[in-house]
Design a protein around this ligand. Structure first.
Ligand code: GLU
Length: 448
């Protein structure tokens, strides 16, 4: 059996779009599923729109998503094989050879300085592994410009030539290219070559059914990184945009997707982007992620917001992250959820303070302070603290909540957060007592 060779062929035009990411992913999945080769090819022959710095945007996005290609240097510095990734702007001589071949066979001709290909005018069927057989009439198909007046080859030509040169067996790409495919097949036939198989992936639509464009929410892969999404979660979500394990599961390990992925199962209908589902999936990945894997992400975000001192205590940071990670869904939430661990002068949420730091609330805080001060440092554990809170509540005929709310607000400035007893344990006795004192002072009204 022939070995599968697929390629991802983005044009460096700016941001890396979610549709491109999904196309790259499906190519990568198919290559990994079949034990084939995944090639990266930069289609940068449109000098007016392509910029070299945008190539790096593509590398970084693929690297972040863990989509490694098989030929050439990787963004992390390692190199696979002695070829690739391929840049069309460096392959002009190859394209010229193919244009000359068409010219000498009279399958192409010069027209006002450009070169045009004589397109066949007979009907053709494009067989597609996802979309089925698609008919094109071609009766009025104009001849196709394959080389511009300035000598530069056009997309259709370079795309076809490279698929042949790189011995691509399956062209997996967005459905927006389906209507180009009959042109590509005509050129391939003119070169006397065997066409690859085609698999056009349906579009990604906005929740309202419109086509997802650059500016729509969720369109840019770089934004996900910026907001603290986990790449594994984004990749998991992208798998579900057109593919599914067929049993309603949404968390699917990538090894399982690789084992099961095949082209005919890709959904024929357009996929709908659903940010809530992605958000939920990210939360699941956050919760089950190991602490070690979240540390660099969390540290990066806290540092960016200047919320962690350079000489932070790694054990304290880790303990704080371990209780916070259970509660949040996105890295973007970290500053709010973790900032107060590292500073004593945090602000108190004014609405919560008004509600919780009432005379009774403050009186409870004083009682708690006394009680916790009497605990020795070693007993400052979630279990012991919980017992103390319960005892004190029972002794004063109150619900535990009457103590929990002022305590939480006093030590964090917020009314929501990680489990309170764990929070107190992680903060430790000194911080907890100091913070309670501060709240008592700031909120008790001096008696006249
Ligand atoms: N450069 C084309 C694009 O970015 C790729 C077309 C293809 O995959 O054949 O849409």
């Amino acid at each position: 059996m022939e070995s599968v060779r697929v390629r991802f062929a983005p044009s460096p035009t700016g941001m890396f779009h979610i549709g491109s990411a999904r196309t790259a992913l499906f190519n990568w999945l198919y290559a990994r599923h079949t034990g084939g080769t995944f090639i990266l090819r930069i289609e940068d022959t449109d000098a007016a729109r392509n910029k070299p710095e945008y190539v790096d945007v593509i590398f970084q996005a693929l690297n972040w998503l863990g989509l490694d290609w098989n030929e050439g240097p990787q963004p992390d510095g390692t190199v696979k094989g002695d070829k690739g990734p391929y840049c069309q702007s460096q392959r002009g001589a190859i394209y010229k050879r193919y244009v000359d071949q068409l010219l000498s066979a009279d399958k192409a001709y010069e027209f006002e300085g450009a070169i045009k290909f004589r397109t066949p005018k007979t009907p053709i069927t494009v067989p597609d592994l996802i979309c089925g057989d698609i008919q094109f009439d071609r009766t009025n198909e104009p001849d196709l410009v394959i080389q511009r007046k300035d000598g530069s080859p056009v997309f259709h030509l370079v795309n076809v030539v490279d698929d042949l040169e790189m011995e691509v067996t399956h062209v997996i790409r967005g459905e927006d290219h389906l209507s180009n495919t009959h042109k590509h097949l005509a050129l391939i036939e003119a070169f006397g070559a065997k066409p690859p198989r085609y698999a056009h992936i349906p579009l990604i639509l906005n929740p309202n059914g419109s086509k997802m464009s650059k500016r729509d929410v969720g369109a840019s892969i770089a934004d996900y990184k910026e907001q603290g999404y986990l790449p594994e979660a984004v990749r998991n979500y992208l798998c579900l945009l057109g593919w599914s394990p067929k049993d309603n599961r949404e968390i699917v390990p990538i090894e399982e997707v690789i084992a099961k992925f095949d082209l005919p199962q890709v959904n024929r209908a357009n996929a709908r982007f659903d940010i809530d589902k992605l958000f939920w999936i990210n939360g699941e990945y956050f919760r089950s992620a190991t602490l070690e894997s979240l540390e660099p992400l969390a540290l990066g975000i806290l540092r960016k917001h200047n919320l962690i001192p350079d000489d932070y205590d790694p054990a304290y940071f880790r303990a704080a992250l371990s209780i916070v990670k259970e509660k949040i869904k996105l890295g973007r939430e970290l500053p709010e959820w973790m900032g107060y661990f590292f500073r004593e002068d945090f602000e108190f949420d004014p609405a919560a303070a008004k509600k919780v730091f009432t005379p009774e609330g403050l009186a409870n805080l004083v009682k708690l302070h006394e009680r916790l001060a009497a605990l020795d440092g070693k007993s400052f554990t979630a279990a012991e603290l919980e017992a103390e809170f319960k005892l004190l509540a029972a002794g004063s005929g109150q619900k535990v909540g009457a103590l929990v709310h002022p305590a939480r607000l006093a030590v964090s400035g917020r009314s929501v957060g990680p489990s309170l007893y764990h929070l107190l344990e992680v903060l430790g006795k000194d911080r907890v007592l100091g913070r309670m004192k501060r709240a008592e002072k700031e909120f008790s009204t001096p008696t006249a």
